[in-house]
Design a protein around this ligand. Sequence first.
Ligand code: PEP
Length: 261
Amino acid sequence: MNPSRPPLVAGNWKMHPASVELAVSLAVNVRDAVAGLAARSVVCPPTIWLSTVAAAIGGGSTEPGRLAIGAQTVHAEEAGPYTGETSPLMVAEVAQYVILGHSERRQNDNETDAAVATKVASAVVHRLVPIAAIGERADERRAGLTATVIERQLRAAISRLPRIAGSGLVVAYEPVWAIGTGDAASGEDAQAAAAQIRSILAESDPGGAAEVAILYGGSCTPDNAAEFFAEPDVDGALVGGASLDAASFAQIVQLAVEARG
Ligand code: PEP
């Protein structure tokens, strides 16, 4: 972890927990557990609970030591005939971050590289910090295509951003084979991907590339997080399963703070 970039740990709750009461209590417990820790912490509840959870924690904040709210996706357009979708204007009223291009949306909802590009640009316009998720599938890894996939998805994700500097862009490297499997990547793999990501970003904007938080995601837990955070280009984590337990999530945030030194 590079001391010049504040750590960032984001929890992707996916379609959990089972009720709004549980969501509120999880968020309040996370808020209290991360209070004052010198890291940016974010929880990303299901869309339907964004407002309730934001209100319960007293409104999200991007300040280190406070808890921010993120959405798990958003539509690119502000309004229109898009049944079931949520506009970035609506999300920006209650959230500060948005995960875009998560592999589950790429796989289950046919979210393409082009769609991710449009959404990333739209998020920035609407003052939402985009957490652009990229990463290779197991078959792509076996075929030796990890770097190729990372490059393709990253170049697409930033293709509609006028500039990296000041955009707030966050990139999450999430190898698909590591998500929800308990089979996390190694620190070395995460660093190789993060260094590749930063060097692609630096081609067009070296200053901007140095600002971007690059996260590792995929079965990250309190037991393995320190291995990722020890790497110079890994600035935090995107956490699924372990983010549903306030103590585990806060422990990961604490490890990120300690790694920054
Ligand atoms: C995720 O879905 O973004 C994720 C990293 O999940 P998990 O931590 O459960 O692997």
